[in-house]
Structures are given as C-alpha cells and as structure tokens.
Write a protein that binds this ligand. Structure first.
Ligand SMILES: Nc1ccn([C@@H]2O[C@H](COP(=O)(O)OP(=O)(O)OP(=O)(O)O)[C@@H](O)[C@H]2O)c(=O)n1
Ligand SMILES: C[C@](O)(CO)[C@H](O)COP(=O)(O)O
Length: 218
C-alpha cells in the first residue's frame, strides 16, 4: 500500500479493515473461537472495540505468514486440547474484508475431511507465460485457479504440514501449499471476485463498493 500505517488498520466504511475481515467469523454460529495473530510491535488492535470480543484470542505473529499461522494453530491446540474429535481450522487474511458470509458455509460443506479446501476463482482471462514482458507461451487456463482465503483444514494435518515445510525450508504463501507439499489435494471451492485481498490503494475503493453492496442485500 505504500503507507506508514499497517493496512489492516485503515478506515473502511466506519470500521477498520481488520474488523470487517473478522466480522463473518465472529458472527458465525459454528465457529467457536478466533485467533488473531499480531505483530509483536502491534499496539493498535488492543484499542479496537472488537479486541474485547469473547471469541477472540491473541497470538504473537511471526516474520512470515507461515510463522503467524503456526502461532495461531498453537493457540487453537492449547484451547482445544481436551476435545476428542478432530478440530478444523479456517485461516483467513486480515487483508480480505469482503468475505461473503454464505461462502463460509459453502466452504465448510464442500471441503474434504482429510484434504481440506479453500475458496478460489477460476481464471477468466487468456493466460500468457512470459519471460520479462515477452510472451513465451499461452497456457490452458482450465488448469489455473486464484487461491483466496479462508482455507479450511484439520488442525493436526495443517500443523504437521507447516512443520514439514519449515523443516525442509520451503516457503509457502498459503496453507494449501503446505498441504500440497505434504501430499494432500485440497478441494477448490468457488469463491467470488468481491473477496479481494487489499494490496493496492485502489483496492480500498473496490472493498468499499463490495461492502456497500453486501449491506444493501436483503
Ligand atoms: N508475517 C505475516 C505476514 C502476513 N500475514 C497475513 O497474511 C495476509 C496476506 O498477506 P498480505 O496482505 O499480502 O500481507 P503483506 O505481504 O504484509 O502485504 P503487502 O502485500 O501489501 O505488502 C495478511 O493480511 C495477514 O493476515 C501474517 O499473518 N503474518
Ligand atoms: C493466502 C493468499 O491470500 C492467497 O491468495 C495470498 O497468498 C496471501 O498473500 P501474500 O502476498 O502471498 O502474502
């Protein structure tokens, strides 16, 4: 974003971006708790009203996404230690504030018990493989999807997959990649364009638009 302030604390339709990202999980009846992984230096989250929500637990995040996720998983394991049944976890980006609530239910219903699943979008443009800015090949778009979050996995399987990646010094940019490295085939559950990751300043305008649309829905 090129701003001094971390993007998750930018204002968006009367709240901060992270509050929008958390809302579907906090309001969802079948989600028992929400772990927020915060940078060690973070002093903004505690000032938000949402910080006092009874479902929220804080974990200290790490230098890379996988480190933050691992810290979150450890906090979940701590909370659920006495449960006999397999615990499922959803991992979501703080930078995706427009998740449609219905997609959470679909992900739960369509994800595979062992392999897990993730929201993702098929490609709608023709895809070029390039070197610098010269086209080398046109590739079959049917083989490619854009990964989103949330991503849903069994706590024990995701934990060991991330541990394995760390031991092999493999850097993964999402949790499905860790599961893939461990031999699983996570299921792709069709998401929506509105579930964008706020990355560039213009994405905030789009996020505002999608949230307004969601508010207007009956
Ligand atoms: N050390 C990190 C880095 C990222 N994340 C999570 O991963 C999400 C997606 O990462 P992204 O938004 O791409 O974060 P950055 O790479 O920090 O942002 P940017 O691409 O804008 O630099 C973040 O929203 C955050 O929830 C995390 O938990 N811990
Ligand atoms: C997890 C993710 O949102 C899937 O698209 C994405 O990989 C996170 O962003 P990053 O830039 O790779 O951290």
């Amino acid at each position: 974003m090129g701003l001094a302030r971390p993007k998750q604390y930018l204002p968006l339709r009367g709240r901060t971006l992270i509050e929008w990202s958390l809302a579907p999980f906090l309001d969802c009846g079948w989600i028992d708790g929400v772990v927020v992984a915060l940078a060690k230096s973070d002093n903004e989250f505690a000032r938000l009203p949402v910080a006092r929500h009874p479902k929220i637990v804080i974990a200290q995040g790490g230098g890379a996404r996988a480190d933050s996720v691992m810290a979150g998983l450890e906090a979940v394991a701590e909370k659920t230690r006495t449960l006999a049944a397999a615990v499922q976890v959803l991992v979501h980006d703080a930078a995706r504030p427009c998740l449609d609530w219905a997609d959470l239910d679909r992900l739960r219903d369509e994800a595979d018990d062992q392999h897990g699943g993730l929201l993702a979008l098929p490609m709608s443009d023709t895809l070029k493989k390039a070197k610098q800015n010269k086209v080398k090949e046109t590739v079959d778009r049917a083989f490619y999807w854009r990964a989103q979050t949330p991503q849903l996995f069994r706590l024990d399987l995701l934990t060991s997959a991330l541990r394995e990646c760390s031991e092999r010094s493999l850097q993964v940019t999402d949790e499905a990649s860790a599961m893939e490295c461990a031999g699983y085939e996570p299921r792709l559950v069709r998401g929506r364009e509105s579930n964008l990751k706020v990355t560039y300043p213009e994405d905030l305008v789009l996020a505002d638009f999608w949230l307004q649309r969601q508010e207007l829905q009956p």
